[in-house]
Write a protein that binds this ligand. Structure first.
Ligand code: ZN
Length: 408
């Protein structure tokens, strides 16, 4: 996905393909001349790119445009039936699998909880569920262009090996190779926060963002950075691990071995532990009465609900969590000068948390970057990683002249 010679002909061809395909997808139905007007590409370039996309079966010609003007222009749309993509999300104790069209519409999906993370079991479960869903929809291998997999961990540059996923306790897991062996389909693996950024760029609020940062707040904090249309991978694939920036050198120990990392204060376990402590010392809190017997049942959603009702303890927990998220996001805004930061994870559904993040960035950030950034919650909800898998596959498919992902 990254490119060295940014302005060589292969890069331009790929950008034209992405721009043309994205425009057709966004418009639903569009003529060649409308494509030229919207994309700013010349008619000759549009004609060439459209031919390539038609030859690959990614788009199709339909109906007619304005018949009042002589020869009617033929409209173009994404071919919804010719090819499909598969998205898989792996997290601690569960997987989600979806088969989608090339516009990202989910045709079938399944979520399986199993409460364990050992690699052979998760691998076998993924293979079994993908085969089951393909059978269920009557789809063959030839109908599928590729499988994208989201994992909460660091993945190598080639989207093949999960180098380290601390929450899953995986190291050097050859996930792409192993899935390909089981399924005989091309597989790409990526970090879930990076995929969140891709999802926002392709399907979410980041379509027009120049510099986009997606902040995933889950069992840890991870970020995905998109510059122009390119995901920033770093030299070895681990760019965006901003959850491990130090915000207190003497702070508590982190799963990475360092001390005082941002995620120790800002991820979901941190929010839950902050909540449990606060409610334990506030005995008239409704949440304390509900969960004092079993802290494992305390959830982010329950805290947000109580805060919305005005419970002062819950409000305090959300504000403090938003404050810590705001501290890290201020650093990101100062460092990268993004025009858009999208926050994902359950805490992002709290407007109170978002308000606090925005307040901290406004108050502590450098003037120019903090005045030029918009901070929003994701609107893709729990589908964000799956949509990111689709975006990753589309991005790479449009790069390949033969329209197939070559993973060899
Ligand atoms: Zn850390």
């Amino acid at each position: 996905m990254t490119t060295n010679g940014r302005f060589d002909s292969a890069y331009l061809r790929r950008m034209n393909c992405v721009k043309t395909f994205s425009t057709i997808r966004e418009q639903g139905m569009v003529s060649r001349s409308e494509l030229a007007a919207i994309t700013g590409l010349s008619r000759a370039t549009v004609s060439e790119t459209v031919k390539e996309l038609l030859d690959r079966g990614f788009i199709r010609e339909v109906g007619h445009g304005d018949i009042r003007r002589g020869r009617p222009p033929v409209n173009l749309e994404v071919n919804p039936e010719r090819f499909y993509l598969i998205a898989v999300e792996i997290d601690v104790g569960w997987i989600a699998v979806a088969i989608t069209t090339l516009v990202g519409d989910i045709v079938v999906q399944h979520r399986q909880e199993f409460g364990r993370c050992d690699y052979p079991f998760v691998l076998e479960t993924c293979v079994r569920w993908i085969e089951h869903l393909l059978d269920q929809k009557g789809l063959g291998r030839e109908d599928i262009l590729g499988i994208g997999v989201a994992v909460p961990g660091q993945v190598d540059l080639d989207h093949r090996v999960v180098n380290f996923a601390p929450n899953l306790r995986w190291r050097d897991a050859h996930l792409a190779d192993d899935l390909e062996e089981g399924l005989h389909l091309p597989v790409l693996v990526s970090n879930e926060a990076m995929l969140g950024a891709m999802a926002e760029k392709w399907f979410g609020q980041g379509k027009n963002a120049r510099v986009l940062v997606y902040v995933s707040v889950k069992g840890g904090v991870g970020c995905g950075i998109v510059l122009d249309r390119n995901l920033s991978l770093g030299v070895s694939g681990s760019a965006g691990e901003l959850g491990h920036m130090t915000i207190d050198p003497q702070g508590p120990e982190c799963s990475c071995g360092n001390r005082g990392c941002w995620e120790v204060y800002a991820d979901e376990p941190a929010i839950l532990s902050r909540a449990f402590q606060a409610f334990s010392s506030s005995r008239d809190s409704l949440l304390f009465q509900s969960f004092s017997m079993d802290s494992n049942r305390l959830t982010i959603e329950a805290i947000i609900t109580e805060a919305r009702k005005g419970d002062p303890t819950a409000v305090g927990v959300i504000q403090e969590s938003g404050w810590y998220l705001g501290i890290g996001i201020t650093n990101i805004v100062n460092a990268l000068n993004p025009d858009l930061v999208v926050v994902g994870g359950r805490i992002a559904s709290s407007e109170l948390a978002l308000e606090e993040i925005r307040r901290v960035v406004r108050e502590r950030g450098l003037q120019i970057p903090s005045q030029n950034v918009t901070i929003v919650p994701t609107q893709l909800g729990s589908k964000v990683s799956l949509m990111g898998c689709i975006a990753l596959l589309l991005d790479l498919l449009l790069e390949q002249p033969e329209g197939r992902i070559n993973t060899n």
